[in-house]
Design a protein around this ligand. Sequence first.
Ligand code: SAM
Length: 196
Amino acid sequence: FLTGRRKATEVAHAVWRSIVRKGDTVVDATCGNGNDTLALLKMVADQKGQGCVYGMDIQDSAIESTSSFLKMAVDDDHQGELVKLFPICHSRMEEIVPKDAPVRLVAFNLGYLPGGDKTLITVPRTTELALQAASRILSSGGLISVLVYIGHPGGRDELNVVESFASSLPIDSWVSCKLQMVNRPIAPVLILLNKK
Ligand code: SAM
């Protein structure tokens, strides 16, 4: 999945595909314009109408953007119903994901909404709380995927928080990895946390 000039999001999607199965429950913690939400929907939607994507974003405009993008991209109404969108902070994900749902993946794509207000970005404190929440709801064998952009002000501080969280996870129950392009110093960094 590293060949060619692939975008960081495509690399992340390739990793998700190796973990996520039809019928799974997954979380998009930063819906933005809905590209990741759609990719996740395609991975989980099965013929029996199972699979679920819980999506959230702090900005109402992002939820509206994701909702209209999905309406345009998904022609099967029933599939569209597998996505549940919430205009809330991702630190509150435990309030919307049912306790008995085994969550296979929680995806974060940090930073600002492309095409939106660049001052409205994810911030270290709530990102950390959201990572803690994600680690609690994730099922065994599941993955937390965090794409961290470091080219904007505050991006490196956020990377420090994500790395510090990743390195604090106990080695008997977590595998924490970091994927970084060493010859592209400001390329986004992908942190992958696999719960054993
Ligand atoms: N996944 C998106 C896509 O495929 O288009 C891109 C996400 S964009 C890089 C980051 C998003 O995080 C923005 O839409 C922003 O509003 C959202 N965000 C910022 N703080 C947040 C928070 N505390 N909780 C949830 N979403 C947040």
